[in-house]
Design a protein around this ligand. Structure first.
Ligand code: XUL
Length: 527
């Protein structure tokens, strides 16, 4: 008998569903819709975001997210996806993004089952029409105010596991409170993208899990609960507007009748609390113990690993979030991931095939050419005035600029991941760009580690489906270990494993030093 579980991933640019079968250990169905392609014109959304005159402000449309859920489920129903057999569903959301809802939200959730679309009466449920997302860099002032109120960066790190970053939810909430007091007052509930989607799927005003909650600058990373000081430093009466925090394997109820009646979901399907895309990806690439690292090359590039004992990054660049296994996860997040690669691809009128050819036709070390790839504001290091810097690198040379951007991304993650103290012999690469073997080759040589990739690159929705199955058995009092939960689902593409090349490793060891110097010069304003 089949045992189906579903994962749903609301990422920056798309919504994806993955259905797995625990019996056969197979992904039986997968579907993704791209926001720009399906709803871009209607909501004025490009690459998943709304245009803004200020490049530091990056918001998206929560109403578009609602409509995308209907579109995805309609497609699944029409294609005969086995929705009626799904035993449990969990999900993933781009982290940090926040959704601001009025008191009409709970009645909306309970009455939507009688309506014919999720966007029915949706205009009245939002107290803020747009949602700031993780790409927003406009809250440096609020970060400083919160940091100061909590006694400086070291204290914030100790308390929350990360410094306060512009994209984290607390400074975003504070900015909203300062700019629109009336809108803040009218806000009954503030959800993350993950808990907002979970609320819609379950019809219950859902909690936030400890993985995604850790990216808000509001949660005590050891006690795994909201911290009063952090709440007070952010905005008045905030606690009453937040959902409560629960462990990542909590079952929150059954699927909303709306999805049963309209799309034929199994009415007994359980909903396991949703989490952030990175905690989900961690499971989706099989990182359930210490000593391995994963590199997700998506809209953001994220270098992550598991940590059993809490250790924070003294200089405040990295983050600690809760891992779905109950451990911690460490991560470095770069804004100049896919968007920077796409910028280079488009500038030189390439496609992904000719982009790869450029890597094949150039040498490790780029003949001494080096790039600082700040096409957009950056998180590591914090850059609010982006500028692409080239050293010994001719701007007109397409091939060398392709190698320049990839080498820069890999060198930066090598330099800035030292503090994690993880000896990375193997890196698990995922996300769209990990399909490119030449990019993986640069990764292997810069990090001096073998790089494995996977048959599926949708690690966040796969991870969410695995979390659904793990949470389901726990809720049935038949708990299974994480080893059993992931076994058979994480299919490594053995043929395409990349082993580091000794000569190239030497070149990159020297180049890392040079990269660090250039970065320091840029940061100290000497360039
Ligand atoms: C994590 C982060 C991004 C988003 C979007 O801190 O900002 O990785 O989760 O993917």
């Amino acid at each position: 008998m089949s045992k189906y579980f579903m994962g749903l991933d609301g990422s920056t640019q798309s919504l994806t569903a993955t259905i797995i079968d625990f019996e056969t250990k197979k992904t039986v169905y997968e579907k993704s819709i791209n926001f720009e392609e399906t709803l871009g014109a209607k909501y004025a959304v490009k690459s998943g975001t709304l245009e803004n005159r200020n490049p530091l402000v990056v918001h998206s449309s929560p109403k578009m997210w609602l409509e995308s859920v209907d579109i995805l489920f309609s497609k699944m129903r029409d294609e005969g996806a086995p929705l009626s057999k799904v035993l449990a569903i969990s999900g993933s959301g781009q982290q940090h993004g926040s959704v601001y809802l009025t008191e009409k939200f709970p009645p909306y959730l309970s009455s939507i089952k009688d309506k014919n679309s999720l966007t029915y009466s949706a205009d009245e449920i939002f107290s803020r029409k747009t949602s700031p997302i993780w790409m927003d860099s406009s809250t440096e002032e609020e970060c400083e105010e919160i940091r100061k109120a909590l006694g400086g960066m070291k204290n914030v790190l100790k308390l929350t596991g990360s410094d306060v970053f512009a994209r984290f939810t607390a400074p975003q909430i504070r900015k909203f409170f300062k700019e629109d007091k009336e809108g803040y007052e009218r806000t009954f509930r503030i959800h993350l993208v993950s808990s907002f989607l979970a609320s819609v799927i379950s019809g219950i005003d859902c909690p936030i899990d400890t993985g995604d909650g850790a990216g808000m600058s509001l949660m005590d990373i050891e006690k795994l609960s909201w911290d009063e000081k952090a709440l007070n430093a952010t905005a008045p009466n905030l606690k009453s507007k937040l959902p409560h925090v629960v462990k990542s394997d909590t079952c929150i109820g059954n699927v909303n009748a709306y999805f049963v009646e309209k799309y034929g979901m199994n009415e007994k399907a359980k909903v396991i609390v949703f989490s952030g895309d990175n905690p989900n990806s961690l499971i989706g690439v099989g990182l359930i113990g210490e000593g391995q690292a994963a590199y997700s090359l998506g809209t953001s590039d994220v270098f992550m690993s598991v940590m059993q004992k809490l250790r924070v990054n003294e200089n405040g660049e990295g983050h600690i979030f809760g891992s779905p296994t109950g451990d911690y996860m460490t991560l470095l997040v770069y804004k100049n991931g896919s968007l920077a690669r796409e910028k280079v691809r488009d500038t030189y009128k390439l496609d992904w095939k000719t982009f790869t050819d450029c890597l094949i036709n150039t040498k490790p070390g780029n003949d001494g050419g080096l790039m600082l790839p700040y096409f957009y504001p950056e998180i590591i290091p914090v850059i609010t005035n982006p500028n692409v810097m080239r050293f010994n690198l001719d701007e007109k040379d397409a091939a060398k600029n392709v190698r320049g951007v990839i080498e820069a991304q890999m060198l930066s993650s090598k330099i800035h991941s030292d503090w994690m103290g993880v000896k990375t012999n193997v890196i698990y690469a995922t996300g769209g760009a990990s399909k490119d073997k030449e990019i993986r080759r640069v990764m292997a040589n810069v990090h001096n580690a073998s790089v494995c990739s996977f048959e599926s690159t949708s690690s966040a929705s796969l991870g969410a489906a695995i979390r659904a199955l793990h949470g389901y058995y726990k809720s049935e009092n038949k708990e299974i270990s994480w080893n059993v939960a992931i076994e058979g689902f994480i299919k490594i593409d053995e043929k395409n494993k990349v082993i580091p090349d000794t000569e190239a490793v030497k070149i990159y060891n020297e180049m890392a030093q040079k990269y660090k110097e250039c970065e320091n010069m840029f940061l100290s304003g000497k360039l």
